[in-house]
Design a protein around this ligand. Structure first.
Ligand SMILES: [Zn+2]
Ligand SMILES: [Zn+2]
Length: 409
């Protein structure tokens, strides 16, 4: 048993590395811690648990492999080992056969001890024939350490020693224990809405930490559902992410609890559809299903009373903002249109003035040139006869005077 536990103990001991002088809680280390926690918890809840163990939705072979990689990176062995033993838990919950019952065995055994016993060391291939047919999953099952080791190296490359110790080791230990709480605490701490054959319980605090797995009594009651929070106040982050992925066609056919499973006293099956969250008055009529009924009802009513005004304010604020944005947009558009039209009109007037000025200048020049040329022609025209007359008169006169002058001498 202890040989198998060595890597698990090593990961815990490595957390002490946060006290080394070269390790600080840097921003990068903090981001790695949160992201590695969130992504891997989701990989285990949505991947190992809801997909590989319960087939609560469908996806492509590629995304199936990505889910398996995410789960492996949490260092909780391969998907076939994990899901095979989990299916066994559902078959024999809280009986002598159960692999991790805190009722039949100790809390320690149900939390972590069972992982290192010889009995559960081997992969239960018989339980997992539906996924065992994929060679890539069988390969990953053999090499389940590598995604985790690769993530550790990546954390070191991104954030140095701080990234490795805070971002990988501390987050891995946190992911270990919140996952194990579902096997241990969720069978002893919380409320039981449904009378299942085990002692599974719903626990809001654990549901927050495990992204929805804390609604464990819901889950034991209707195991194949993609959501484990059956009502709107039962926070289920894993399901919210699955819902978003379904919008992009990455996953599909999310299975949801039929109405008669949510309210088991309604014996008419309503089909495999999700039922709108129940109103508090509706819950009151189902009070015998809620244990204890009064407090569950009052919690629902109180939550409803708080949420409804907030939603109303948010809705009216959103509508006001939208209306203001619409009015502003229209005003700006109208101003832009009128400004554009004014500029165009001014440009048109200016261009016409310039053209007409040029035109009239040209005409004036042409007219002046015409007048000048005509004057020159006229002058030339009148000069010719004058010169002729002058020449005709002057020449004989000059000749006459010369003759007179010569005779008088
Ligand atoms: Zn389960
Ligand atoms: Zn359980």
């Amino acid at each position: 048993m202890w040989v198998q536990a060595i890597p698990f103990i090593f990961v815990h001991a490595a957390c002490l590395g946060v006290f080394l002088p070269q390790v600080e809680f840097t921003t990068t280390a903090c981001i790695l811690l949160v992201v590695n926690y969130a992504v891997r918890v989701w990989g285990l809840t949505a991947g190992y648990h809801r997909y590989f163990s319960h087939r609560a939705y469908k996806t492509s072979r590629t995304f199936q492999f990505i889910l398996a990689l995410l789960g492996c990176s949490a260092l909780q062995k391969g998907p076939i080992w994990w899901a095979g033993h989990h299916r066994h838990h559902h078959l024999h919950s809280d009986t002598e056969e159960d692999i991790h019952s805190p009722i039949v065995d100790s809390f320690w055994h149900s939390h972590v001890g069972w992982i290192f016993t010889k009995t559960w060391e081997q992969t239960n291939w018989r339980n997992m024939h539906d996924f065992a047919k994929y060679p890539e999953l069988r390969w990953l099952e053999k090499h389940h350490w590598w995604p985790g080791v690769g993530l550790a190296v990546l954390c070191y490359l991104v954030g140095g020693w701080s990234g490795l110790f805070w971002g990988f080791f501390v987050s891995t230990v946190a992911v270990y224990h919140v996952t194990f709480f579902i096997n241990s605490l969720c069978h002893i701490w919380g409320r039981r809405r449904y009378q299942t054959t085990d002692l599974s319980r719903n626990n809001f605090f654990l549901a927050l930490l495990t992204f929805g797995e804390g609604w464990h009594n819901n889950h034991h009651h209707y195991q194949s559902s993609a959501n484990q929070g059956f009502f709107w106040w039962e926070v289920d982050i894993s399901f919210y992410v699955l819902r978003v992925l379904s919008w992009f066609g990455i996953v599909w056919d999310l299975r949801l609890p039929p109405k008669n499973k949510q309210f088991p006293d309604q014996d008419q099956p309503q089909g495999d559809h999700f039922v709108e969250p129940a109103k508090p008055d509706k819950l009151a009529s189902k009070a015998d299903l809620l244990l204890p009924p009064i407090s569950a009802q009052s919690v629902a009513a109180a939550a409803q009373a708080v949420v409804e005004p907030v939603m109303a304010v948010a809705q009216s604020a959103r509508e006001s903002v939208a209306a203001a944005a619409y009015i502003m947009g229209e005003t700006v558009a109208a101003a832009a249109v009128s400004a554009r039209e004014s500029v165009a009109a001014a440009a048109l007037v200016a261009s016409e003035s310039v053209v007409s000025a040029a035109h009239s200048a040209k005409e004036s020049i042409v007219a002046a040139a015409q007048v000048a040329s005509e004057s020159v022609v006229a002058a030339a025209h009148s000069a010719v006869p004058t010169a002729t007359v002058v020449a005709l008169v002057a020449v004989p006169m000059v000749t006459f005077f010369q003759t007179v002058a010569s005779q008088s001498t």
